[in-house]
Write a protein that binds this ligand. Structure first.
Ligand code: ACO
Ligand code: HSE
Length: 373
């Protein structure tokens, strides 16, 4: 598939070697049908590394997590205060060897780092804000399929991601089995559980109850007058669930941050993560993407998870983290058991909890290599 009459392929410049890790945009000038509604048009931001080969058989789709973005590889520099979030995995000679593979990383639909989301302008040039439609994980992969078509990629050699990125990877494999040759799902379930929805609930309330949120239409507020407090509280709650009890005990214990600072060190640590998120993330996107994860259920309208997973034909590896208290290991085991040929779930052993899929690079690299052979 190389595009469609109403949506021709984009330029093809990447075939000659795209500037690696430079953000690009695909303008989709036609409506995108959603599970609940429609988006009249959208832009999809993405970055690529490596070159697409002549038969487009070397493309890898890497799906970022909740607050990640398209900048998965590359050093910190202008426009990128941190290195790419999977920099240890993507590059020449690395597990995702860009000497051989063409790695594509889109920013998720509904996000705030280049792809259309609530903080983007609508076709009339007004911020979407509260009017942005709720998008599901399934809608997000449909948007990514438009990108794949435009890039001339019919079949991915590998689709992978962790957490919310793992949900999208799974949706890809269940929606278009023939388009996914291999699949690596990290720290993600077949469907979000009551526990996961429960952890999200106070985060959603924190943002919506911030007076600065203004029902979702805060983009014209004075600088510093947006829903920063609510977003910061949401991140504090979430971040605890991303790490493990032994890690927090070992790193911080009952230590105070500093003489004269009334905070425990662990409180200061959470304050730091809250400060960082409000500088780089939009509260409405946080709400929307959390909602996408809450409704994630690969079996919805497909006769249940068992039926949906049985469609998957990709060579599959599922992995969980032994210290993940948010997406516990038993979910990875259940997911693996449902996918034909997936075998037993692999275990990432780490004290870092759910975030380990971003931190334990050698273990994730070993999984990628074992899957790609
Ligand atoms: C800009 C970007 O993040 S790129 C976007 C992509 N990001 C993502 O995909 C995920 C977002 N990031 C994350 O979830 C996390 O930062 C991770 C998982 C990637 C990194 O985790 P780790 O490397 O283990 O970092 P950790 O959670 O220990 O936090 C380290 C930070 O806490 C700070 N810190 C540690 N202890 C304390 C303390 N007691 N008080 C205040 N700050 C503290 C450190 O100084 C460090 O600050 P810095 O990140 O500004 O340099
Ligand atoms: N800490 C990561 C993982 C969440 O699943 C993020 O913020 O995207």
């Amino acid at each position: 598939m190389t595009g469609s009459p109403e949506f021709p392929p984009v330029t093809g410049a990447w075939r000659a070697g795209n500037p690696p890790g430079r953000r690009q945009w695909l303008a989709v000038d036609r409506p995108l049908r959603l599970e609940a509604g429609e988006l009249p048009a959208c832009t999809i931001a993405y970055e690529t590394w490596g070159r697409l080969n002549s038969d487009a058989s070397n493309a890898v789709l890497v799906e970022h997590a909740l607050t990640g973005d398209s900048h998965a590889a590359g050093a910190a520099g202008p426009g990128h205060p941190s290195p790419g979030w999977w920099d240890g995995l993507i590059g020449p000679g690395r597990a995702l060897d860009t000497g051989e593979l063409f790695v594509v990383v889109p920013n998720v639909l509904g996000g705030c780092q280049g792809t259309t989301g609530p903080s983007s302008p609508d076709p009339d040039g007004k911020y979407w804000g509260s009017r942005f439609p709720q998008v599901s994980v399934r809608d997000q992969v449909h948007a990514e399929a438009v990108l794949a078509d435009a890039l001339g990629i019919e079949r991915w050699a590998l689709v992978t991601g962790g957490s919310m990125g793992g949900m999208r990877a799974l949706e890809w494999a269940a929606t278009w089995p023939a388009r996914v040759e291999s699949l690596l799902v990290l720290a993600a379930p077949a469907a979000s559980s009551a526990e996961q929805i429960a952890w999200a609930s106070p985060q959603l309330h924190a943002i919506r109850s911030d007076p600065g949120w203004r029902g979702g239409d805060y983009y014209d507020a004075a600088p510093g007058d947006g829903p920063h407090r609510g977003l910061g509280i949401a991140r504090r709650i979430a971040h605890v669930t991303y790490r493990s009890e032994p890690e927090l005990a070992g790193r911080f214990g009952r230590r105070r941050q500093a003489p004269g600072d009334g905070r425990f060190a662990v409180e200061s640590y959470l304050d730091h993560h809250a400060d960082k998120i409000v500088r780089r993330f939009d509260a409405n996107s946080y709400l929307l993407l959390t909602g996408s994860m809450n409704t994630h259920d690969v079996g919805r309208d497909r006769g249940g998870a068992g039926e949906a997973l049985s469609r998957i034909t990709a060579r599959t590896l599922v992995a969980g983290v032994d210290s993940d208290r948010l997406y516990p290991l038993h979910q990875a085991r259940e997911l693996a058991a449902g996918i034909p040929g997936a075998g037993e779930a692999a275990v990432i052993s780490s004290p870092y909890g759910h975030d380990s899929f971003l931190i334990e690079t050698p273990q994730v690299a070993a999984l990628v290599k074992s899957l790609l052979g």
